[in-house]
Design a binder for this molecule. Structure first.
Ligand code: DX5
Ligand code: ZN
Length: 224
């Protein structure tokens, strides 16, 4: 039986109590910790980089899921691997040699992910399915937390699921942006397994309870 897995995004956390917030998320059943790195160039916002990843790594044993919204993400592969990141996801538009970077990420012992913006077609992953451990479907245009869910992302999840099944890929499908207890069921039923949630976890008075609420909002009894 399938269950939804949740990757709370620290972008929405209170940075003054970052460790406490991560411990709270872990106690609430978080599966991964999602870390949004933005450079103010690939996306119109700046967030944080290596020092914050280091602090997050020290605060949890959960997998650290780094989502790079930066130009030339290859500059950070070695550094983030050394810091203990477990998943390294970048956008195909942000670099020239996508397959080379995916291989380099795996060589460094991390899971390799590609993120697809709402306007990015599935063809961006077609030639590199064998190099992928994860496909991150963006259900908002990246750059900011707290945006509304982009509805067509649900159908995109279904098409990616079909593509991965045909190619016998075990890559995880993750979705990111506008995930709440009201929006999570549709992409779950379409085949998504990992859900990034910022505002709907850390923006709530009870982040641990919010994680349980997200999981409970996915219909039970869904076959694998
Ligand atoms: C958006 C980031 C997201 C963001 C999600 O560019 O990639 O991970 O933190 O925030 P919510 O869940 O609030 O949409
Ligand atoms: Zn993200």
């Amino acid at each position: 039986m399938r269950t939804a897995r949740i990757a709370p995004s620290v972008l929405a956390a209170d940075f003054g109590r970052l460790r406490d917030q991560i411990v709270l998320a872990e106690s609430g059943g978080a599966d991964w910790i999602h870390v949004d790195v933005m450079d103010g160039h690939f996306v119109p916002n700046l967030s944080f980089g290596a020092p914050v990843i280091k602090a997050i790594r020290a605060a949890t044993k959960l997998p650290v899921d780094v989502h790079l919204m930066v130009t030339a993400p290859e500059k950070y592969i070695a550094e983030y691997a050394d810091l203990g990141a477990n998943v390294f996801t970048f956008h195909p538009e942000a670099t020239t040699h996508v397959q080379r970077q995916l291989a380099a990420i795996r060589d460094r012992g991390m899971k390799a992910g590609l993120a697809l913006n709402p306007g990015t077609p599935l063809s961006a992953i077609d030639e590199v399915v064998a190099d992928l451990d994860l496909v991150l479907v963006m259900s908002v245009n990246p750059g900011f937390g707290g945006q509304g869910y982009w509805g067509p992302a649900t159908d995109k999840v279904a098409r990616i699921k079909a593509l991965l099944d045909v190619r016998r890929s075990g890559a995880v499908i993750e979705i990111d942006g506008g995930i709440t207890a009201r929006t999570i069921a549709a992409p779950f039923l379409a085949g998504c397994d990992m859900f990034v949630a910022g505002t709907s976890v850390f923006g709530q008075p009870d982040p641990a309870g919010a994680i349980a609420g997200l999981k409970a909002a996915c219909p039970a009894g869904t076959p694998a």
